[in-house]
Design a protein around this ligand. Structure first.
Ligand SMILES: CC(C)(COP(=O)(O)OP(=O)(O)OC[C@H]1O[C@@H](n2cnc3c(N)ncnc32)[C@H](O)[C@@H]1OP(=O)(O)O)[C@@H](O)C(=O)NCCC(=O)NCCS
Length: 171
C-alpha cells in the first residue's frame, strides 16, 4: 500500500525500516509525549515494527518517506485512532499535516468509519495545533490516563467526523 502526496510517500512498513524508525523512537524529543519512553535498544524498535508489519499491508498505518528517507510514521495502528511521530530534524515544515491529511483521506475513502479519534497530551502544543488545523474538535479530557516511565500523563480527546472532513475539503 502506497500513497503519494506532493512531498511525501506513505507506505506500509518493512523490516528494513528498523534503523530509521529507531532513530525516531529513541529520540527523547520525539517521545516526550509518546505512550512509551524513548526506545533504548534496536530490539525494542524491532518489536514495535513487527507489530506494525503484522497488522498487514491493508492497515492504514504508514511509514513516511521524504526523498527516499524514512522520517516517521502516520496513520491508524488501530482504527479509528490516529497516531503520528516524526524525527525532530523534520519538524516545522508541515510534513505531519501533509501525511496525516493523506491518511485521513485514505481512511474515509476506503473504510466504513465515520468518526476518527485522537488522544493527545494537553502539553503537546504542536500535536494539538496539528489536529485543530485538520478540523479535529475537542471531545473530552481525562487525568492520569498513561503511566510513562513512572510519570502519569493526562489526555485530551479529539474527534473528526466524516461529515466535517468532507465539508472542509469543499471549502
Ligand atoms: C506533532 C508532530 C508530528 C508535528 O510535526 P510537524 O511536521 O512539525 O507538524 P506540522 O509542521 O505539520 O504542524 C505542526 C503545527 O504545530 C506548530 N508547532 C510546531 N512545533 C511547535 C511547538 N514546539 N510549539 C507550538 N507549536 C508548534 C506548527 O507551527 C504547526 O502549526 P501551524 O500549522 O498552525 O503553523 C511532531 O512535533 C512530532 O513528531 N512530535 C512528537 C510525536 C508526537 O507527539 N506525536 C503526537 C502524539 S498525539
Amino acid at each position: 500500500m502506497e500513497i503519494r502526496t506532493p512531498r511525501l510517500t506513505l507506505r506500509s512498513a518493512r523490516p528494513d525500516d528498523l534503523k530509521a524508525m529507531h532513530a525516531v523512537l529513541s529520540d527523547p524529543r520525539a517521545t516526550r509525549w509518546w505512550s512509551t519512553p524513548p526506545h533504548d535498544s534496536l530490539e525494542q524498535t524491532a518489536t514495535w515494527l513487527d507489530s506494525m508489519i503484522a497488522n498487514g499491508p491493508d492497515q492504514p498505518d504508514f511509514v513516511i518517506e521524504r526523498d527516499g528517507v524514512v522520517i516517521g510514521k502516520a496513520g491508524f495502528w488501530k482504527l479509528p485512532e490516529v497516531g503520528y511521530i516524526l524525527h525532530p530534524d523534520h519538524w516545522g515544515q508541515g510534513f505531519a499535516g501533509e501525511a496525516v491529511a493523506a491518511s485521513i483521506d485514505h481512511v474515509f475513502g476506503t473504510r466504513d468509519v465515520d468518526d476518527l479519534t485522537a488522544d493527545v497530551d494537553p502539553e503537546n502544543t504542536a500535536s494539538i495545533r496539528l489536529l485543530e488545523r485538520l478540523g479535529f474538535v475537542k471531545t473530552g479530557f481525562a487525568e492520569r490516563t498513561w503511566e510513562v516511565g513512572g510519570e502519569w500523563k493526562d489526555s485530551l480527546y479529539y474527534g473528526l467526523s466524516r461529515a466535517d472532513w468532507s465539508a472542509r475539503q469543499r471549502t
